[in-house]
Design a protein around this ligand. Structure first.
Ligand code: SF4
Ligand code: MG
Length: 333
């Protein structure tokens, strides 16, 4: 399969008065063409920072990509000029955010906003742009597109506005769409409709999708592969089957267990404790303080990635025989 995106050893830091926050700490991640990769984890785990790094939208200062590479179609996005990056953003890679209202300009019609990006980046006439805008409105399921292009954002419901935001993100036919919590602000029925829309769009356009979410229900619906993040690191990756049926990391198991189940009337089982302080992250496993199965080695050495299968990798000493030897080594030092 062709890799459209390949991230290696990505580190992102933020310098503050209180010290340096290590928000992303050595992330390796790839995305195959036409697939949906979900990055899941609690808030503050580094998932949005990772996606902002791909778009080179880390505010600098205080933020900085301090190490690593992000290869997208043969070029390293950490190295290209800002001018080049502007021609990639919104054209080759598009991003949509949680709140559709802030993404739309309340003073401009939907038609203007749809056509703006296209006219800016591509050499098209007004007539062609309008035709394309109508096409996009059809794709995202907004009826009477010709009439509705003349309307303003407040004349649409929340779900419709998110459809419009998706249409704007797709109008230049990007190869990669990054969606950061795209359904969090919407009610459950609308959420389901938007997720179905993502699946439909992928089928019709072949776009590759990175979905950032804390919601495993969302992941279960549309992801092909899943990367679980914790304290700035990816601690487990696998196909949807790997993660849902054969989770290996205690944190992944905890996340799955914390999903409300219908038979328990929506009762949540949150994981006890809080993630470590990223001003001074622990040298060992970042989950050790919360992990019911932690061993002595866990506090001391960061768990090496172990391969459960071609598709499934986990960073946890429980899964790794080397843990025993390492413990003996560290004890003798
Ligand atoms: Fe728990 Fe140790 Fe595995 Fe970390 S490495 S998740 S502390 S068992
Ligand atoms: Mg976020």
């Amino acid at each position: 399969m062709e890799k459209i995106l390949d991230i290696k050893d990505l580190h992102v830091t933020f310098t503050t008065y209180g010290g340096t926050v290590q928000a992303v700490r050595g992330v390796d991640l790839y995305l195959n063409k036409g697939e949906t990769l979900a990055i899941v984890g609690e808030s503050g785990c580094g998932k949005s920072v990772t996606s902002n790094a791909i778009m080179r939208l880390i505010p600098s200062p205080p933020g900085k990509i301090s190490n690593g590479t992000i290869h997208f179609k043969g070029q390293d996005l950490t190295k290209v000029s800002e001018k080049k990056m502007r021609s990639i953003r919104g054209v080759d890679i598009s991003m949509i955010f949680q709140d559709p209202m802030t993404a739309l300009n309340p003073t401009l019609t939907i038609g203007t906003q749809l056509m703006e990006g296209l006219r800016q980046h591509k050499d098209v006439s007004v007539k062609e742009a309008k035709q394309k805008a109508i096409e996009m409105m059809n794709l995202v399921g907004i009826p009477n597109p010709e009439e509705r292009l003349k309307q303003y954002p407040h004349q649409f419901s929340g779900g419709m506005r998110q459809r419009i935001v998706i249409a704007i993100a797709l109008i230049c036919e990007p190869e990669l769409l990054i969606a950061d919590e795209p359904t969090t602000a919407l009610d459950v029925t609308i959420q389901a409709q938007i997720l179905e829309l993502f699946a439909k769009i992928q089928e019709e356009t072949g776009v590759s999708i990175i979905l950032i979410t804390h919601d495993l229900g969302v992941v279960a619906k549309i992801a092909d592969r899943i990367a679980v993040m914790y304290a700035g690191k990816i601690i487990e990756t696998g196909t949807k089957r790997d993660i849902f049926y054969r989770p290996q990391h205690p944190y992944t198991k905890g996340l799955l267990h914390s999903v409300p189940r219908l038979d328990e009337k929506g009762k949540l089982h949150p994981i006890d404790g809080t993630p470590p302080d990223l001003f001074s992250p622990p040298q060992g496993c970042p989950f050790a303080a919360r992990c019911p199965l932690a061993m002595e080695v866990c506090d001391k050495v960061y768990p090496i990635k172990s391969e459960r299968s071609d598709t499934h990798q986990v960073n946890c000493w429980l899964q790794d025989e080397r843990a025993k030897h390492l413990l003996a080594e560290t004890a003798s030092k």
